[in-house]
Design a protein around this ligand. Structure first.
Ligand code: NAD
Ligand code: 0WE
Length: 276
């Protein structure tokens, strides 16, 4: 049933959960879904709108999932319906994967101070940060004690990344929300963590102005001198969502080839990729 490229196991046997944020086969949420399915998890998926159903349906079917809910996180009716469906079909769930972010294109270029509008700020924070609080609360209401939640974040929350702008502010709010959620749900042994992934070629990373420069710079300046492999992100999600992750909560775990750990990169690779 599960994909060939992830070895089979039983770390998630008997666990059921919701995956939010698959758009296509390159989505980080899809790598996570395949990894969890390979370990015996039963999955349900949300998709953002009719346009994406065509892509998400075959993916869901390929891991044996028949629960597919349309869900726009800015629309309470679709959020209500998604969690009502899970309650009706399964009763209880064991985990939640949140891999959703959006800011208006006009908010992701040039000067942060000049280009960030009130509406742009509100919408980015609503879709990219509040949605985890909202989905997390709804999920917690039907989650078995001992369950877990994971969201995806990016270094732009901690450091300035050109053009990431209001998304960096949203990711800072998302990481702080992760800690507050962890505190609230800790007494029920529900763990809440974030994975801070390095740049990965997905729909959300496509078409960003400085894309080529960013991937080359990340490769050259990371400890491992390579770009981030979504398989590593999926492995981290498996750890955090399975019982391997016991006692780990409120954490932001970097999976970025060590980019975040480097203060100043070695001279060689950086100079070769960026000649004077
Ligand atoms: P992706 O485009 O495959 O996934 C983004 C998802 O967000 C899509 O499925 C889209 O439908 C969904 N989405 C956006 N607005 C929504 C809304 N209003 N309601 C419901 N869903 C909505 O790209 P991805 O890179 O896999 O992104 C997943 C997560 O990973 C995001 O939170 C992103 O910030 C994070 N992340 C990505 C990278 C990267 O370089 N690709 C690095 C670190 C973190
Ligand atoms: O979180 C992200 C991207 C999220 C994202 C992407 C888009 C593109 C299309 C949010 N909103 C939109 N809005 C759109 O209209 N990443 C971590 C990937 C990413 O995006 C960047 C990055 C990186 C890395 C944007 C600028 C600079 C670096």
């Amino acid at each position: 049933m599960a994909d060939q490229d992830f070895p089979q196991g039983n770390l998630m046997a008997g666990k059921r959960g919701l995956i939010m944020g698959v758009a296509n086969k390159n989505s980080i949420a899809w790598a996570i879904a395949r990894q969890l399915a390979a370990q015996g998890a039963e999955l349900a998926f949300t998709y953002q709108g009719d346009a994406l159903l065509r892509r998400v349906k075959p993916l869901a079917e390929s891991v044996g999932s028949d629960i597919l809910c349309e869900c726009d996180v800015t629309n309470d009716d679709t959020m209500d319906a998604t969690f009502a469906t899970l309650k009706e079909k399964w009763g209880k769930i064991d985990f939640l994967v949140h891999a959703i972010a959006f800011a208006g294109k006009d908010q992701l270029a040039g000067s942060f101070i000049d280009n960030t509008t009130r509406e742009g700020f509100k919408s980015a924070l609503d879709i990219s940060a509040y949605s985890f609080v909202d989905a997390g609360r709804r999920a917690s209401e039907i989650m078995n004690d001992g369950g877990a939640m994971v969201t995806l974040t990016y270094l732009g929350s901690e450091r300035v990344i050109p053009n990431y702008n209001v998304m960096g502010v949203a990711k800072a709010a998302l990481e702080a929300s992760t800690r507050y959620m962890a505190a609230d749900l800790g007494p029920r042994q529900i763990r809440v963590n974030a994975i801070s992934a390095g740049p990965i070629k997905t729909l959300a990373a496509a078409g960003i102005g400085s894309g080529r420069h960013m991937f080359r710079f990340n490769k050259a300046a990371s400890a491992m001198q390579d770009n981030t492999d979504p398989m590593g992100v999926a492995g981290a999600a498996l750890y955090l969502l399975s019982d391997l992750g016991l006692s780990c909560t409120g954490e932001t775990h970097h999976v970025d080839g060590g980019f975040h750990a480097i203060g100043m990169p070695q001279e060689g690779p950086l100079r070769e990729s960026m000649p004077d």
